[in-house]
Design a protein around this ligand. Structure first.
Ligand code: BGC
Length: 773
């Protein structure tokens, strides 16, 4: 029996919670059950049962065992006897094996030498592209364009499957509120609504319309759950998250991904309220299985089963294996503890046979759903042709263009905003450690991406303005630098019409996993270089390449134009040139609040109010919630991003002054119809055509549990010609006004609701209505 390590009082809450959620889950599963070719396809059950029936205990345990057989992506070197183990049916999944030939070699052993011929499923961290690398996920989310993200995931699936990879450990849907955490780069930022939209987009893109199509791959939504809330932003650190906060902020993207049919989920490294996520029966069994009806596989993270020992909840490998499996982890990634101890645990009765059978059922279900039994091998001849196709490259370029966020665009010497650069820009000085860089542009977790596939900014600029007009002077390295090189960069700036300074982080070492930074600003001597270039008096455009918002208040004050380019992928150079020269108008918006200083972290827009809110922003009243040495507000708010044109918003108008709780709750469910319409006119008040990301936020006041000062509940992209006005309409369902209440039930409550239609999380004027009993 799973052991709930919670107080009885907590258990009561859990049961109450499950009443409503279970009804929702049922409705959700009914809709999912019809989905063909996925883990919810019941027509696979008979095949699964028939095979399960033939399996010995050791063969069953083999299906729950996974190893890395290539470049390791975590600590330890693993084993070397995979061929032998596969032949004996002791391995169900391998990952980090690359190339169709290598994959097929292992698969032949499984299909020809193992007794039951059960295919291996091959996985890889295909995070933001396989060979065609797209912007990092933080950049992809900054497009606020789920349809584009779905297309990018589809390209990744096509390329990966051509190499024999049918399982990706993506998307990472961890809510990230702290820029110190290096893995912020891998997710969609701080908001559960946007995060859910992105989660669904990735799952759909990877899994396609049918999981058994040869170019579909199984998604693995990770890291379940709360991993992004690591204390102090230090990777792998513990988290303390109340059930309310967990349900309201951290769980929704996972739930959305389950509803979208994700085949697998990865359990996280962190402990959550004292219980490691890879042995947490509440999250893994109660919420995931019982409330949401998830029928796919839970995979542990890299050695997270063995890590139950250093976590302090197991003193030996057998206990760790037992606790993980009983909590709901089906597959043991790399630890080898299921392999080493599970048979004995079953024979001694410590792990019921039924739990093993259930875990194996899920694994077989995914393998059947992927069509692996019918098509276990990959066509080695078509592998190369699938990579870097022209449409994939063009999608990578447009994804990069749309991921850039224009943070500042003050007047240049002509008096007009510095960007876009004028067509008669003749000489450009390209300065900074990342201006002529391939590998870093790929970002962390770059799959099979290659530095040589990257079109760097230098190459793209040279093509645009002619190599002779491009003065390249790195100035400093990412972490180091010499006075004479800074002087050379200053000389280049003096000779040019404009200086493009490209600064930021090292993608592999400073962002991604195990890359937490206590001071996430410009590293090394980069600010010094920037100051020296600014001192020339030449127009300066700063391009930031990073996996997080970089704390750089000096730059934001003194540099006239700043573009956040994240790590833009293999088409980063051409995309930057298109945006800098105005062929494309920037449309990216921040998905994380950009901090002014590290002491503000964790920083997120959708926080609760306090009993002593600060009145006027920046006010100096004493007994209010504020810093005495820093503003409360971010440098740039969530949702923010400038354009080369400007937009004016009319007042938010709503269709009702009152809504009734019973009618809201009656329609809460899968196919709820809209209950309120909100509209605002948006005008392009500038001189260029543009695409605005119109955002809708809600606040509820007078509720049983304090609600965020604003919560995103909708967004739309609207194209506007110069001078054009459009009425933008949002049809809001009851879920926009429901919340996790004091009983941890998702319901509407009598309250005052305010709705804003605005261009970011900090602007606009709201319209208010009452939700009445
Ligand atoms: C990471 C996961 C990744 C896994 C396999 C772990 O260290 O946390 O995100 O999927 O390794 O490479």
């Amino acid at each position: 029996m799973p052991k709930f390590r919670k107080t009885p009082c907590f258990l009561v809450l859990v049961i109450v919670t499950s009443l409503l959620s279970a009804a929702q889950a049922q409705a959700g599963s009914a809709a999912r059950a019809a989905a063909p070719g996925g883990v919810n396809d019941r027509s696979l059950d008979a095949k699964v049962e028939a095979l399960l029936h033939k399996m010995t205990l050791d063969e069953k345990i083999g299906q729950l065992v996974q190893y890395s057989a290539g470049q390791p992506t975590g600590p330890g070197t693993g084993r070397t006897d995979y061929n032998d183990m596969i032949a004996k049916g002791e391995i169900g999944a391998l990952f980090n094996v690359t190339g169709a030939k290598e994959v097929n070699a292992y698969q032949h052993i499984a299909m020809e030498k193992s007794r039951l011929h059960i295919p291996i499923v091959f996985g890889l961290d295909v995070i933001h592209g396989f060979r065609t690398e797209f912007p990092i996920p933080l950049g992809l989310a900054s497009t606020w364009d789920p349809a584009l993200v779905e297309k990018a995931a589809r390209v990744a699936a096509r390329e990966a499957s051509a190499s024999g990879i049918r399982w990706t450990f993506s998307p990472m849907v961890d809510i990230a509120r702290d820029a110190r955490w290096g893995r912020m780069a891998e997710g969609a930022g701080e908001d559960p609504f946007l995060g859910s939209a992105m989660a669904v987009a990735y799952v759909r893109g990877y899994q396609g319309t049918r999981l058994d199509a040869p170019d579909s791959i199984a998604a693995c939504v990770k890291h379940y759950v709360g991993y992004g809330a690591a204390e102090g932003g230090r990777d792998y650190n513990s988290t303390e998250i109340s059930e309310h906060t967990l349900r309201q902020f951290y769980l929704p993207p996972f739930h959305a991904a389950v509803d979208a049919g994700t085949a697998t989920i990865m359990s996280a490294f962190n402990s959550l309220n004292g219980v490691p996520s890879s042995a947490n029966p509440f999250t893994l069994t109660q919420v995931l299985r019982k409330e949401w009806g998830f029928r796919g596989v839970v995979d542990s993270d890299w050695t997270s089963v063995a890590e139950l020992i250093p976590h302090g909840i197991a003193n030996d490998g057998a206990t760790a294996a037992r606790k993980a499996l009983l909590a709901g982890v089906d597959v043991d990634m790399v630890s080898s503890l299921y392999h080493d101890h599970m048979a004995k645990l079953v024979k001694s009765g410590e792990v019921p046979q039924a739990n093993i059978d259930e875990a194996v059922r899920r694994v077989l279900r995914v393998k059947f759903a992927l069509g692996l039994f019918d098509h276990p091998y990959t066509d080695e001849k078509s592998e190369a042709a699938a990579m870097l196709q022209p449409e994939s490259l063009s999608l990578a370029r447009s994804a990069a263009e749309r991921s850039f966020v224009l943070l500042k665009n003050a007047a240049g010497t002509s008096g007009a905003p510095l960007l876009p650069l004028s067509a008669d820009t003749h000489t450009v000085a390209l300065i900074g450690p990342l201006g002529d860089d391939g590998p870093n542009m790929l970002g962390s977790w770059a799959g099979m991406g290659k530095g040589e596939d990257v079109v760097s900014l230098r190459a793209a600029l040279a093509k645009r303005i002619g190599a002779d007009n491009l003065l390249v002077a790195k100035g400093v390295g990412i972490l180091d630098g010499k006075d004479e090189d800074i002087a050379a960069a200053v000389d280049a700036a003096k000779k040019a019409d404009v200086a493009l300074v490209v600064l930021g982080e090292n993608a592999g070492e400073m962002t991604g996993e195990a890359a937490s930074r206590s001071n996430p600003g410009l590293p090394g001597r980069q600010q010094e270089l920037l100051q020296a270039v600014i001192a020339t008096g030449k127009p300066v455009v700063l391009v930031l390449c990073s996996g997080r918002p970089l704390i750089a208040p000096w730059a934001f004050e003194h540099v006239p134009a700043v573009l956040a380019a994240w790590f833009p992928g293999i088409q980063g150079g051409p995309a930057l040139v298109n945006v800098l020269f105005g062929e494309t108008t920037p449309t990216g918006r921040l998905v994380v609040s950009w901090p002014r200083s590290v002491g503000q972290e964790p920083l997120y827009y959708n926080a609760s109010s306090t009993g002593r809110p600060q009145g006027a922003p920046g006010g100096e009243e004493k007994y209010v919630s504020r810093y005495i040495d820093e503003l409360n507000s971010p440098q740039f708010p969530f949702g923010f991003g400038l354009s080369y044109t400007s937009y004016q918003y009319g007042a938010t108008e709503i269709s009702a002054k009152q809504l009734k709780v019973p009618s809201l709750n009656a329609s809460l469910g899968v196919k709820a119809s809209p209950v309120l319409t909100a509209t605002a006119s948006v005008t392009n008040s500038g001189k260029r055509a543009g695409e605005e990301v119109v955002q809708l936020y809600v606040r509820l006041q007078g509720t049983s549990v304090a609600q965020p000062v604003r919560a995103l509940k909708g967004f739309q992209r609207v194209t506007l010609a110069p001078g054009e006005t459009k009425k933008v309409t949002f049809d809001l369902g009851p879920e926009a006004f429901a919340m996790w209440n004091e009983k941890n039930q998702f319901a509407a409550e009598p309250s005052r609701a305010t709705v804003w239609i605005s261009s970011d999380s900090a602007s606009g004027s709201g319209a208010t209505f009452e939700i009445v009993p």
